[in-house]
Each structure stands twice: as C-alpha cells, then as structure tokens.
Design a protein around this ligand. Sequence first.
Ligand SMILES: [Zn+2]
Length: 346
Amino acid sequence: MTVAPHLILTVDYELFGDGSGRPGACVLEPAYRMMRLAECVDASLTFFVEALEFIALSEQERDHRARDQLRAALQGGHDVQLHLHPQWSKAESDAQGAWRLDMKRWRIGDLLEEDVRQLLRKGRFWLENEIAAHVAGYRCLAFRAGGWCIQPSEKVIAALLAEGFELDSTVAPGQWRAGRGEWSDFRAAPSLPSWRVTGDVCQPSGSGLWEVPIAVGNIGWRRHLAVLLHGKKQKNAGLAPGCIGSYRGPEQSRVEHIRARMVRLRQLGEVMLDFSTMPADVLIDVSRQWLSRFSTIDEPLPLVAIAHTKNFSASSERNLKIFLAWAKSSGLQFSTYEQWLETTHG
Ligand SMILES: [Zn+2]
C-alpha cells in the first residue's frame, strides 16, 4: 500500500427509530463530545443527519439546537451528509411531546421511487439551506439508508442518481438481518473497498453511484459476546449518559422476532467498525483486518467507521481516544467522502 488510507469517521445523528429519546442527551451532547475528541487530532467527523426528524423538531417544537450545532460543526471543518428514516416523514408530536411515527414506512427500500426522490429532496434542501447556507463549496453528495434498509435497492439507487447524489455508504459486507419490516442482506457484496452501482447495491457496475461500504471484520464469537455482555453491564446499558429510549422497531410476529434473533446469533463475531459500541482493541483489530484485506490495491483505500450518538457512552469516549491516537500514529489520514472522491477519482 503506497497511499495513506482514508479513515472516514461517520456518525448517525438521530434519536431512536420509534421517536423516543431526548435530543440533548441522545444527540447533541454525545455529538459535542465526539467532536472535541476528533478535534484533538485534527480529524473531521461526517454526521449522517436524519434530516426528517430535525425538520419536525424545528417546525413543531421550535427546537433549533440540532440545526445550530450542525451549522457550527460544518463551519468548524466537520461534514454533514444525508441519512433518512422514512417513518419520520409525517411525524407529529402529541401534547406530551411524544412522537407519532408511521412505523409501516420503516424501510426506504419498500417505498416507491418518486416517494424516495421526494424525501431525498426534502432532506437535502434542509441540509443545504438550513445548515450549509453560508459554507462555500458545501455539497450534499453522500447517503446512508436508515436501519441499513436500502434493499431492494434498484429504486433507491435510481432515485439517488436522479437527484445527483454521488455516493452511498449503507452496505456492511457479509452482514444480514431478518424480519419483514427491517431486513437487509449484504452477503452477496463483493470483496472490494468501494465499487459502483446502477441497481443492485451488491452488484458492481462500470459506472453509476459509488458504494463505499462500512468496514467490517471478524473478532470471533467469544470476544463479540464478551463485548455485548460488557455493554449491558455498563451504567445506562451502554447508552450516552442521560439518554433513555427504546429500540422498538416495526411490528413483527413472535416467529419473525425469534428468527431475527437467531440470524443475529449466527453472526456472532462479525462486527462493523463501530466506535460507539466496540472497545479500542477491537477497533484497531478490525481496521487492520480491513487494511490487510485490500493491501494490494494501489489507490487511496476508504476505511469507513460508523457510530451512533445515542450509544456513545463514557467508555466509548475512552475507546475513541485510543483509536484516534492509533490511527494517527499508524499513518492513516482522517478524511471525508468528498476528499476521498477527489483524491481517487478527482
Ligand atoms: Zn439511523
């Protein structure tokens, strides 16, 4: 490998999928702590902002704190790109301030193409006009589907291309989830650090949208189980300090629920490069696996890490600090999707 790999640190910036959680403890405060740590090593974070919920918060609750934080983040050198959970598209808050979401619209892959295009336009318009209006040269070019539910991907990819997006970063190669309302299946993803797609997100094509997958690795089932159990034992069950919420997903039968759990159990050991849930030694191990897997590629290698604000706990903070120091001392360059695109295909 002759060119320094690009470490792209992404953060899904959002409340819980059923609308629970408070913006302060579950989004703003953890995002602030992540940025302070990243800035110590001159790293940029890429926030995948679930725009629909912050539009709803701004319009219905007059809560503009996320908008203000993201504006400052962008001006301070971090990046902001689009993430969508369609269940938020017609969200309404009730008298107690709880959100009523359309949980039947959990999977963007199940929507009509025109519906997807309309949501992409709405989200991007908000990012470009409310967040980035005064930032010269800003481009909303990257997308990640909520809950990894991009499939069947033909309509979503067509909509992204039609709306001028350049890149998707949803795929976690080799991983899959069951359940009618929340399935995804990336077992057919190619063994490549990036590829282009025109329809099936797992099928490389000569042109089209860039797919830049989330880095994954295998740490063995025992180690993975130990990480999961340690998370459960932690204060606040591994969530950000003060953040309370529910991982309730779309409705499913008891059989579907059991099957979904079995599918997850079968994948014990397979993990994403997730700096909100994985300890530092795992983050370093998974990064090394990814880099060595593609060590013969002579182009800047993207190494995409993921995190969620809502589970950025006190121990995530300690782990991220160690991981960033390792990345810096190992010669990785902290990057964004746009910087990677420019150096690779500019
Ligand atoms: Zn999400």
